[in-house]
Design a protein around this ligand. Sequence first.
Ligand SMILES: Cc1ncc(COP(=O)(O)O)c(C=O)c1O
Length: 384
Amino acid sequence: MIPPKKYAKEARIAPKGFNTANEFFESVFKDKNMIWMGQNTNHLHKDNFIMDAMANCVESKEYCKYPPPEGFEELKDLVLKDLDLENMDILITAGGTESLYLCMNDILESHNNVITSDPGYLIIDNFASRFASEVISVPIYSSDNDYKLTPELVEENMDENTKVIVLIDPLNPLGSSYTEEEIKKFAKIAIENDIYLLHDITYRDFAREHFLAAKYAPNHSITIFSFSKIFGMAGLRIGSIIANPEIIASVRTILINDLGTNVIAQAGAIAALHSKNKWIEYITTTTRNNQKIIKEAVDKIDGAFIPVYPSDGNMLAIDLKGTGVDPVEIAEYLLDKNIFTRQGTYTSKLFGDNYLRVSFSIPEEQVKIFAKEFVKAVETLQKH
Ligand SMILES: Cc1ncc(COP(=O)(O)O)c(C=O)c1O
């Protein structure tokens, strides 16, 4: 038998009652009544230009052809224009996930280390661990540092082998985000040490304000872009990598998806960017209002609190430590009520026992159901 690689131990664990994690996912996915608060996906788009563009692409049977390997020029230009980074280069990929992997693969050498945060999006640590000697996952679950990786924490934790600082901004799972001053400080650190900021902006458009590291450190920033969240296209698997032409030229040499990214997804993404100003306000207003409904429910429970409120993402964490309720148990309880949420261990190795993560880019009626069931769930589990 081929021995497992060092990172194999981090493979997904099957939840109770399922043989594999995949079986669990499929069962939740196929349940049409499930309230979807477990994946930070966006269910607020109405029938719109995005759907129409994809339907047209299917009807024309354009999908019989391979697309250009690095993405359609129109889509590349639209993403760069959306970010006001028109002097940068770009590759269209099968999602932020592929983008993250390609960057880690391209940049890291075996003696390097990478700075990430805990809580954070753990697949990034997993990818980094495949190419670096060490992943330094800095504990940030504290109000002392506003529940985020600060420039000071980075400086305390980095050394001469640090090559990449990962900034997830806004941060999954907490929804914390960076001020312009903080981004400038990170940019200074990257330039002075000649290292990279991997700026994962998957949740950017939910934020009240957002600042791109690429503006302040154009040659030391790599921006990871996703169509999964604000654009509501998670199942279509499309995203991109934006960086200076030299970095992109290097990543180009290790591309996996050499025959290009799904043409239907690209047609949808082009329509999504063209039409963004027509729907974005509805989505941000609804998600901000939904957060309030969740906050009101959490405020009813002694010992529970939301570490970062308001969240700048479409998700937030609810700290349950003071209630004595186990996040795994409450996630299972809610799943029984057809509400899919995530226990903290999905996004934290150190603080997973503290919180439940819920996303709220779903219709308001469903958030109201959650709010009611959540309060009942805590009360019921506290009695056990
Ligand atoms: C921080 C972060 N980056 C990347 C991704 C993955 O994005 P994509 O669906 O584009 O692969 C996620 C998904 O939840 C995420 O939370």
